[in-house]
Design a protein around this ligand. Structure first.
Ligand SMILES: [Zn+2]
Length: 444
């Protein structure tokens, strides 16, 4: 659904072959997710993909059976996704009560149900109680200045949907989250957020009005068939103003605070407004926001390393989950990862193809290990491992690995450790962070 998923091949090929001038791979290079060696299955089972879109595709159940990761946080983006995510989480829920387990019949990958409305589609919603006409809605939202843009918007109007009142959608969101929580499943708000660069997509049914299409048909290259229909992805020049996006995201964040659920936040090309929005939540809701819920900045939002440090200081409840596809595009991503505090890191794929989740999450995990210079389970030998090749199984939930757990105070913040730094193990750290983020160990 998200067009951020449409450019995977180009983003992965541009990020996978970075070499230094003398031809050697840079130490902080992003691992090649397509060829990376995977660790033993049980190592993967300790990791959760904190942000993905499996319901964008129709995966047969066997695909989920094959996932080695312990969990997937499955995002919803548009109206039609909400029920798909609910159904998937009913099939493979991750229950807060340990006795009920996770995944299908208590086994395998567990799905965290995430409900919400994505910033790319906020032009579809109206906040007024009496829905305006299409013309009023889109013209006041996009306020086209030039004559050309005004003419174009008029031309496209017949192909745009009637604006949907947002209030009933918010009510549905409340019901979806409440029901999912009441039934004991792990639940989050997502994907919601702000995007400073998002432009409305060109309606497929109006493709004959697009200059590219006109050129093609003049040259006699016009093709048809479903493939062409699928590939039709063009953008209009129309951007949704930040004020409208903020109004939509703030209503959803208020709901997250009210219902006590974590958030997966999209933030692209608007680090400033995103932080402002989160700080306004802190000011509005106080400890109900800062102590009761956590926010994962999905793909680390492309934020600069300095900006992230500032944000972390302001908000003790924000985390970041780097992805190969999105975070990997930013030239400063490796230094950003190295700046994110040890106790604020999660990991994600942002993929819609579940068949790729294991590889993408493992590659991002290895990337984190490289940037942070941490040890990596399966690559380095842990003191508990057997002498042979085996990576020994561990269990954080039964109090294993306590020395590292002791480094956190009762609020889950990292304590300053004075003695010589112990080795940090990447998978264990990401697992512990995910458990603290979701408050898994607080639930009896
Ligand atoms: Zn996403």
């Amino acid at each position: 659904m998200c067009s951020q998923h449409e450019n995977h091949s180009s983003s992965s090929s541009s990020s996978k072959n970075q070499t230094t001038k003398n031809g050697k791979r840079n130490e902080l290079d992003i691992p090649d997710w397509e060829t990376i060696d995977l660790p033993p299955d049980h190592v993967l089972s300790h990791l959760t993909d904190a942000h993905c879109h499996p319901t964008d595709l129709t995966h047969p159940p066997e695909v989920y059976d094959k996932v080695k990761l312990g969990g997937l946080a499955s995002m919803a983006t548009i109206v039609e996704d909400q029920d798909k995510v609910r159904e998937l989480s009913e099939e493979r829920g991750w229950y807060t009560a340990r006795s009920k387990g996770k995944g299908k019949e208590g086994h395998g990958v567990g799905v965290v149900a995430c409900f919400g409305y994505h910033p790319w589609f906020t032009h579809l919603y109206t906040l007024s109680s009496t829905p305006p006409s299409k013309e009023q809605h889109y013209f006041s939202l996009f306020s086209p200045k030039s004559q050309n843009h005004q003419t174009l918007l008029k031309e496209l109007l017949p192909y745009l949907p009637e604006p949907k009142p947002f209030k009933p959608l918010l009510e549905k969101l409340r019901n979806d989250i409440t029901r999912s929580k009441d039934e004991g499943r792990m639940t989050m708000l997502g994907e919601v957020g702000l995007d400073g660069s998002a432009r409305m997509r060109w309606p497929k049914k109006a493709k004959h009005l697009h200059p590219d299409y006109k050129d093609k048909s003049q040259k006699g290259e016009e093709g048809d068939g479903e493939e062409e229909e699928e590939e039709w992805k063009r953008l209009t020049p129309f951007k949704v103003p930040m004020s409208h996006q903020r109004a939509i995201v703030e209503r959803q964040l208020d709901l997250a605070v009210e219902l006590d659920v974590n958030v997966s936040l999209h933030s692209v090309a608007c680090a400033g407004p995103s932080l402002e929005t989160l700080i306004s939540m802190r000011d509005r809701h106080g400890v109900r926001f800062t102590n009761n819920i956590n926010v994962d900045i999905h793909s680390a939002g492309g934020w600069s390393p300095d900006f992230w440090e500032q944000a972390e200081r302001n908000l003790l409840n924000i985390y970041a989950s780097p992805s190969i596809f999105i975070t990997g595009r930013s030239p400063t991503a490796s230094s950003l990862i190295s700046k994110i505090s040890k106790d604020r890191l999660l990991v994600e794929s942002d993929s819609h193809d579940v068949r790729l989740s294991d590889r993408l999450v493992w590659a991002a995990t290895e990337w984190i290990a490289r940037c942070k210079k941490w040890k990596l389970e399966g690559r380095d030998r842990h003191p508990d491992d057997d002498d042979g090749e085996q990576v020994k199984e561990w269990d954080l939930q039964d109090g294993g690995d306590e020395e590292e757990e002791d480094q956190f105070d009762e609020k889950g913040r990292l304590k300053k450790v004075k003695e010589a730094e112990q080795d940090t193990w990447t998978v264990r750290t990401l697992e512990r962070n995910w458990r603290r983020f979701m408050r898994i160990d607080e639930v009896v």
